[in-house]
Design a protein around this ligand. Sequence first.
Ligand SMILES: O=C(O)CCC(=O)C(=O)O
Ligand SMILES: [Fe+2]
Length: 279
Amino acid sequence: MILETIDYKAPDSAAKFVQSLKDTGFGVLANHPIDKALVEKIYTEWQAFFNSEDKHDFLFKPETQDGFFPAEVSETAKGHTVKDIKEYYHVYPWGRIPESLKENILAYYQAANELAEELLQWIEAHSPEDVAVNYSIALPKMIEGSHKTLLRILHYPGMTGDEEVGAIRAAAHEDINLITLLPAANEPGLQVKGQDGEWIDVPCDFGNLIINIGDMLQEASGGYFPSTTHRVINPVGTDMSKPRVSLPLFLHPNPEVVLSSRYTADSYLMERLRELGVI
Ligand SMILES: O=C(O)CCC(=O)C(=O)O
Ligand SMILES: [Fe+2]
């Protein structure tokens, strides 16, 4: 499997991008409209937040799921028994956000949502007719004004050597949502699983934007777009002590959106969160 980086501004970018999503579940865009300087500022200021004790004032609320999730309550991926080596913060525009971090993170949330709408339009336009006919409403409409779309700021601390045996930064998993937008993180580690079972590094040049299909779009497209397994591996050697920050935006439809004859967005999400043990 090859993950080709696609120039967002090229005349055939939409067709190439959607082909990549169909073939691999992933698409990598260069030359896209997300402001790199903004992303860099966010990495720096959130790294400082995770290094401070302030984060404990924002402990997540189980009912609303916004706020800080310490490493002790971090996720265990579906089918795994060992917790991931990570802590994270869930940003929703309606949720709690540290005052000094609000401006940049909300600017990013909005810009990334706008781009996501355009990319869903690309996916809609390049879905074969027999697939598109099953979308209950246009894909960009599914996320319009959604309060469920989640921006997660992930902090993977530098490794100390005391980590639980078998634990990695993010164990192999699939995303639950429609699509995920992820700026290349400040350190490598993200890998995607090819159909032959081999792990491939996702091109992580700073400035790339990585997009992947989640289970909800796999469901809505009757399996045409695959929700591909991915993971984040631990750094080794001299990079071992380097922390890593990443910023996935999980695009979630409005809860009442019909995904398929089996699920609405809400019933699907609830089933998956129960499996993850976070509700
Ligand atoms: O940190 C990353 O690069 C990816 C994280 C991820 O896959 C997730 O949180 O679902
Ligand atoms: Fe993921």
